[in-house]
Design a protein around this ligand. Sequence first.
Ligand code: FES
Length: 95
Amino acid sequence: MPKVTILPVELAAEVAVGENLLDAGEHAGVEMVAGCFNCSCGTCAVEVIRGAENLAAVTPREAEVLAASQRHPGRFRLACATKVLRGETTIRQLD
Ligand code: FES
C-alpha cells in the first residue's frame, strides 16, 4: 500500500490506492486544514517534499485554485483533490 508521511509532525499512514492526501492525514491522526473538501477554496494546500511522482496528476481545476494563491503545482498540491497512487510520499502542512 502507498505510504504518506506528514510533516512537521512526522506522522505516517498507509493509504489505499486512490485515497487523497486528506484521507492520509486522517489515517495518520493528523488534523489537516481544509474547508470546502471540493477543490475550490485552496485552504488544504500542502507542500510536497518527496514522491510527487506517486500522486495523480494535477487537474486543470486544481491548478487554477493553486494559481489563485500563487502556489506552483510543481511544489504544492490541494490535499482534498490529490489522490495517492503508489510508493512513499512526504508532504508538509503549511503554516
Ligand atoms: S478543502 Fe477546499 S480546496 Fe481542498
